[in-house]
Design a protein around this ligand. Structure first.
Ligand code: FES
Length: 196
C-alpha cells in the first residue's frame, strides 16, 4: 500500500490522498486505491453539491469526496464485484433496500444509477464511524465475505452495495446520497434531477 498526499495551495486547497487497492482477488493481495478530493472552503460552508470527475476512475478504484462534511465514496465496481453483490443477498438484512436509505432511483439490486458506479455516504449507520474499505474476499472477515466495508468501531459489515450484514450492530444499509450524472464522466453529488 502506498500513500501520496498533494496539497495545491494555489488552486482551492485541493488535497489528493491516494492509496492503492490492487491486485486480482485470486492473487489475494489487496492494493487499495483511494483518492480524496476536498472542495473549496466556500463550497463546504454552503453544503453545495460536489461535482466529481470520474473519467480516470479505473475498475476497482475507490475515490473519497467530501459533501456536507461527510465522506462520500465513489467506486467503479468490476464485473466480478457485481457478481459478488448478488451472492450477498442471503447474508444481508435488507437485500432489496426496502428501508429508504437511498433515493428511489437507487432502489435496485446494486443500489446505484449505473450498476458499475457505486456512490455511498461512508458513515456507519450504527454510531457514525467511517468504515474501512476491505474490497477483496478475505477469510479473516468470515466465509461469506465477498469484499465490502468494515466498521472497526463495533464490527459492522457492509457489502459492495453498502448493504448491512446480518448480526452486526448497524441497523440499516449505508446511505446513497442524492446524485446525478452530468455526463458519462461527471457526477454531481448532493443534487439530483428533482433538486434534492
Ligand atoms: S459505529 Fe460502526 S459499528 Fe458502531
Amino acid at each position: 500500500m502506498s500513500d501520496n498526499q498533494k496539497v495545491d495551495k494555489t488552486r482551492r486547497n485541493l488535497v489528493v490522498a491516494t492509496t492503492v487497492f490492487g491486485g486480482a482477488a485470486s492473487v489475494g493481495a489487496a492494493s487499495p486505491f483511494v483518492a480524496s478530493m476536498w472542495p473549496s472552503e466556500r463550497a463546504k460552508a454552503a453544503g453545495a453539491p460536489v461535482e466529481v470527475d470520474i473519467s480516470r476512475l479505473t475498475p476497482g478504484e475507490l475515490s473519497v469526496y467530501e459533501w456536507r462534511g461527510q465522506p462520500v465514496w465513489v467506486m467503479r465496481r468490476t464485473p466480478g464485484m457485481l457478481k459478488d453483490i448478488k451472492k450477498d443477498d442471503a447474508v444481508v438484512v435488507d437485500p432489496d433496500s426496502e428501508v429508504p436509505q437511498q433515493p428511489q432511483y437507487a432502489k435496485n439490486e446494486y443500489r446505484s444509477i449505473k450498476p458499475e458506479l457505486m456512490v455511498l455516504v461512508g458513515i456507519c449507520t450504527h454510531l457514525g464511524c467511517s468504515p474501512t474499505p476491505k474490497l477483496q474476499p478475505s477469510a479473516d472477515m468470515g466465509p461469506e465475505w465477498q469484499g465490502g466495508f468494515y466498521c472497526p468501531c463495533h464490527g459492522s459489515k457492509f457489502d459492495l452495495a453498502g448493504r448491512v450484514y446480518k448480526g452486526v450492530p448497524a441497523p440499516t444499509n449505508l446511505v446513497v446520497p442524492p446524485h446525478q450524472f452530468l455526463s458519462d464522466s461527471t457526477i454531481l453529488i448532493g443534487e439530483d434531477k428533482k433538486g434534492a
